[in-house]
Design a protein around this ligand. Structure first.
Ligand code: X5A
Ligand code: ZN
Length: 620
């Protein structure tokens, strides 16, 4: 397994050859700084390098028309004047004698990645490409894009790897209308996009970028647009959309492959996006997708025009693909009113297609505000080229240092240690004082037979996690109530009952995990996640593994999992999840029971005043 990195500096070898303020942002340095940052941080060295190739005509034709391909094929032989004239036919794009070559490499790079991931040669990966793809359409170039790399990849995965369902997550700040058009009536490809919209006043100014474009015919419900009607959206706004729109639907869909249209113009400092989300948020967006499709995630570069924030965001994404747990994101105060309006609109319009959204409120009547009524704080841009270059500063993401031990296990001597983990047993056992302390604080008098040594090991392990010497651990065997007092800040959510005996079925629990547990956990910002495996949850093994995987996003990866003595069989797979391996896919999920949904909604409503990340509607 491993993480593929597909890159070739040939794709830096085209640029704008005339003056055009609209296109001057799209420079070769975008690719250079992204790749250099990966090399300098040591991340590139941890990836599996995969060579690019040229796409074949047949592959281009999976999405584009023969006439358009023939047209682009002539561009390498054009002089400047012809190139300018050819460019004129399209919007916000430029041609260069070498761009056709690069556009074929950009597709080829993406397909190489899909091949490696779909055949299991690597777990996941990223393709750093230029030109980007998501705006290009059957017969036209658009928005710096020549061929639609990600749309072609989705068709290719279906055709050559038998993928039945492909999820495309487009977190670029522009609407990938080219992808939307391509799969509008196709239920096998779920396209999700958020984008700066400002009531249609932002490029590409399309009516069909609004939340009510849901797809057509058999594809109705398989196109999800979340328009941002104000600039300045931040980490909470992005996470709220993931928790309350994308993730529930994605888990219900159950993709065989996740493609990310990974544009980083949605990050802070970008001259196109004017958003405020910090680069580390991409670690979380990536992490939250990594347990879908059995971990088959391919990120493909789209936009991103602030070279500093672009490079940082690319590093955050790749480091997360490599399996390092994400650092806790800053500024999680909760989503703003405008973001909640977008969340609410998307949920309402999709409730008839997705059972996870069946409790969403009715469509709001006040969503069609006139364009000029924007909030007071938003820096107004006219969508044109003269964006004033105010310097925006943000702290560089902290280096995510990997501890020397990723996953430690405390095990009875008879149980063999799982592959890739370290058996933890401190050289020194507890001295008599420590023993007395442990007994006094954690044990009742009647519990004489308890293994004080094991208890001591667990506390020692937590101490190591506090010092970042270990990320995850799995002590065993365990008697729950003893350990609760060990950590200074913990969030105890009791899933045991539902997980074991379930009023809840897998669907209901998964939806509760996404819509309740994760938002609560993110907002609470625990220093340690204590995950207790309930007795007899073996029938729910895949659900257990999903939880184990997802919860590692919470405490910078400091997860303490407690397993019962008679559950030896689960140690190996649980440990594998802690090591960063994806949980197996749950497949597509059926509708949750109405009782589950109701109690889940009641709880969410009750808690949302204290925990704003739980909100899904603006307050009127
Ligand atoms: C890929 C991408 C943006 C085009 C903006 C044109 N394109 N105004 O980010
Ligand atoms: Zn973009």
């Amino acid at each position: 397994m491993g993480t593929a990195l597909v890159y070739d500096d040939e794709m830096t070898k085209y640029k704008l050859l005339w003056v055009d303020p609209v296109c001057e942002l799209e420079v070769p340095e975008r690719l250079q700084v992204s790749h250099q940052a990966l090399v300098r941080s040591g991340l590139a060295g941890r990836c599996v390098p995969v060579p690019v190739r040229e796409a074949t005509d047949e592959e281009v034709l999976l999405v584009h028309s023969a006439e358009y391909l023939e047209g682009v094929k002539k561009t390498p032989f054009m002089d400047l004047e012809d190139l300018m004239a050819f460019t004129q036919q399209y919007g916000d794009v430029y041609f260069h004698p070498n761009i056709y070559h690069c556009a074929k490499l950009a597709i080829g790079a993406t397909l190489q990645l899909v091949d490696r991931v779909m055949t299991g040669k690597v777990r996941n990966g990223m393709a750093l490409v230029r030109p980007p793809g998501h705006h290009s359409q059957t017969s036209q170039a658009n928005g710096f894009c020549v061929f639609n790399n990600v749309a072609i990849a989705a068709q290719y995965a279906k055709k050559h790897h038998g993928a039945k369902r492909v999820l495309i997550v487009d977190w670029d700040i522009h609407h990938g209308q080219g992808i939307q058009y391509c799969f509008e009536d196709d239920p096998s490809v779920l396209y999700f996009s958020w984008h700066r919209y400002e009531h249609q006043s932002f490029w590409p100014n399309l009516r069909e970028s609004d939340f009510d474009s849901v797809g057509s015919g058999k594809g109705a419900g398989f196109n999800i647009n979340v328009p941002w009607n104000q600039v300045g959206m931040g980490n909470s706004d992005y996470l709220a959309v993931f928790f309350h729109v994308l993730l529930p639907v994605a888990y219900e869909f159950g993709p065989d492959l996740v493609l990310i249209s990974a544009g980083f113009d949605s990050a802070i400092g970008d001259p196109e996006g004017h958003m405020c989300a910090t680069p580390d948020i991409f670690a979380h967006l990536t992490h939250l997708l990594m347990n879908l499709a059995g971990g088959k995630v391919c990120a493909v570069l789209e936009g991103g025009y602030n070279l500093t924030s672009l490079a940082q965001s690319v590093c955050q994404t790749v480091q997360t693909l490599l399996g390092d747990p994400p650092p806790h994101p800053a500024n999680l105060g909760g989503p703003c009113e405008s973001a909640l309006e977008s969340v609410h609109s998307a949920r309402s319009v999709h409730k008839k297609y997705w059972s996870c959204l069946q409790h969403a409120g009715e469509p709001s009547t006040k969503t069609c505000r006139p364009a000029q009524q924007d909030g007071p704080q938003g820096p107004q841009s006219n969508g044109g080229g003269e964006a004033q270059k105010e310097a925006i500063a943000w702290p560089e993401p902290l280096q995510r240092v990997a501890p020397s031990v990723r996953t430690a296990l405390v095990l009875p001597d008879a149980v063999p240690c799982a592959d890739g983990c370290e058996r933890f047993s401190p050289a020194e056992g507890p001295d008599s004082m420590a023993t007395a302390g442990l007994r006094k604080h954690f044990l009742k008098e009647s519990e004489d037979g308890v293994n004080v040594k094991l208890l001591y090991n667990i506390t020692a392990l937590v101490g190591k996690m506090e010092k970042n010497e270990v990320w995850h651990c799995l002590p065993f065997p365990f008697v729950p109530s003893y350990v609760l007092c060990v950590c200074s800040k913990h969030l105890h959510i009791n899933f045991n009952h539902t997980l074991t005996y379930g009023c809840g079925d897998t669907v209901g629990l998964m939806q509760a995990a996404l819509g309740l547990l994760l938002p609560l956990g993110y907002q609470y910002a625990p220093g340690l996640v204590l995950l207790v495996r309930p007795p007899g949850c073996r029938a729910r093994e895949d659900l257990w593994l999903q939880l184990t995987g997802l919860l590692q996003g919470l405490a910078a990866g400091h997860t303490l999992v407690l397993v019962q003595e008679n559950e030896t069989a689960s140690v190996g797979i649980t440990a594998s999840c802690l090591l960063g391996n994806a949980a197996p896919s749950l497949g597509s999920l059926a509708a949750p029971g109405p009782e589950d949904v109701e109690s889940f909604e009641r709880l969410r409503l009750r808690l949302q005043t204290d925990w704003p990340l739980l909100q899904t509607t603006e307050t009127w």
